[in-house]
Design a protein around this ligand. Structure first.
Ligand code: HEM
Length: 365
């Protein structure tokens, strides 16, 4: 009995640690989305849109990759406030690391469905968190209880975008995650989101031909991986180049599992930071443990817990922020150039569907 009581207590404590971040809670929208005489299940509505897009679009199965990256890029810059979704000539979307972010259209579609059901109730930042979880599940990941109650931010500035580069050292990456309240283990688990999706040759060419400016390849890279990558990404090419799966496990590019960590352990990490996780003594043991060690069976559960923690970074709750009507514009945009007197000030364009940012070629979705 004592043992059982202890187990229940541990379970409750564990549950608490993963269910309370700020004022977020699971089930925040229960009973809040009422249209006419009907109550709608907010999370079910979002799931419906995600499932439809997943099965309808040719690149639907890449949705987990799109949304995981979108959530990370939103949460790491001024918190999980959907600031990444705002349009504007110098908004976050226009910053270099965001030019290849995708998945805005899925969030817009879910928002449109929710505004139809119960206008002005569900935030865009909550839609990001819920839709990402749903896409993870469709990619064979384990479900996790997303917490909701976020509100949307007002500001989105390119200059605020200070995301880690693929060449960051493990030590500096640990510091960047610690600044957001995420520990070393959570960092490894979150980077294991690279179990889905792709990168481009331009971001790994230095590892192939001029590692740390020494004119040769990264000696830590597995030789068969080097053979493969050097064919796909020739030295003479100076363009963005082809797409390379971040997880080299065969047929696993759209599967959320610990395959990426196994590859990193086998020196088949693609980005410099990915391989760094497996080599640096600061993180190597965590990689080993989740790849095929004692924690490997827990990977999918712990990944979900780390995603819940990421979703709690810098959130706006209560009376802060707002519930946007459309995800790409604040409800009451400020005039672009307020004039002291004279004709009507120039107003930003009314909200419409999110245009794709110019720059890198669209990666679809
Ligand atoms: C030190 C931290 C990180 C760095 C330096 C980093 C860097 C990158 C880079 C360079 C790419 C390829 C972009 C391109 O070629 O267009 C990428 C892709 C991706 N990243 Fe990260 N990342 C980090 C952490 C994360 C985290 C925490 C997540 C999610 C929780 C994440 C999810 C993804 C996903 C899913 C893709 C594939 C996107 C797609 O296929 O469209 N990354 N990352």
């Amino acid at each position: 009995m004592k043992g059982l009581g202890g187990a229940v207590l541990v379970f409750l404590l564990l549950n608490l640690t993963i269910t309370c971040h700020g004022q977020l809670r699971s089930g925040f929208y229960l009973g809040k989305c009422k249209g006419g005489n009907q109550y709608f299940n907010v999370e079910a509505l979002i799931r419906g849109v995600v499932q439809e897009e997943f099965s309808k679009l040719p690149n639907g199965p890449t949705m987990a990759a799109a949304l995981l990256r979108l959530q990370f890029h939103d949460c790491f810059v001024t918190g999980c406030d959907a600031s990444l979704l705002l349009d504007g000539p110098s908004s976050e979307k226009t910053a270099f690391p965001n030019l290849s972010v995708r998945g805005y259209d899925v969030i817009d579609k879910a928002k449109a469905a929710l505004e139809k059901a119960c206008p002005g109730v569900v935030s865009c930042s909550d839609i990001i968190a819920v839709a990402t979880r749903d896409a993870v599940v469709l990619s064979k990941g384990l479900s996790y209880r997303v917490q909701t109650g976020r509100r949307d931010g007002f500001d989105s500035k390119k200059d605020n975008v200070n995301l880690p580069s693929p060449f960051i050292s493990v030590k500096d990456s640990i510091a960047a995650f610690a600044a957001k309240g995420l520990n070393k283990k959570e960092m490894v688990l979150l980077l294991a989101a690279h179990t889905v999706g792709i990168t481009h040759c331009a971001l790994i060419r230095n590892r192939l031909y001029n590692f740390r400016n020494n004119g040769t390849r990264d000696p830590t890279m597995d030789p068969t991986l080097f053979q493969f990558l050097s064919k796909k990404c020739p030295k003479s090419d100076t363009t963005l180049g082809g797409e390379i799966a971040l997880d080299q496990t065969p047929n696993s590019i759209n599967v959320v599992d610990n395959g990426f960590l196994k590859q990193v352990k086998a020196r088949k990490g693609i980005l410099e930071i990915d391989q760094g996780l497996g080599l640096d003594p600061l993180t190597a043991e965590i990689v080993r443990s989740y790849a095929d060690g004692p924690l490997s069976q827990k990977f999918r559960y712990d990944f979900g817990a780390a995603m819940i923690k990421l979703g709690g970074v810098g959130v706006l709750t209560g009376k802060n922020g707002e519930i946007r009507r459309t995800c790409n514009a604040v409800n009451n945009p400020k005039p672009l150039q307020p004039k002291p007197a004279g004709p009507t000030p120039v107003q930003p364009k009314p909200a419409g569907p999110t245009p794709k940012p110019a720059g890198l070629p669209s990666l679809g979705l």
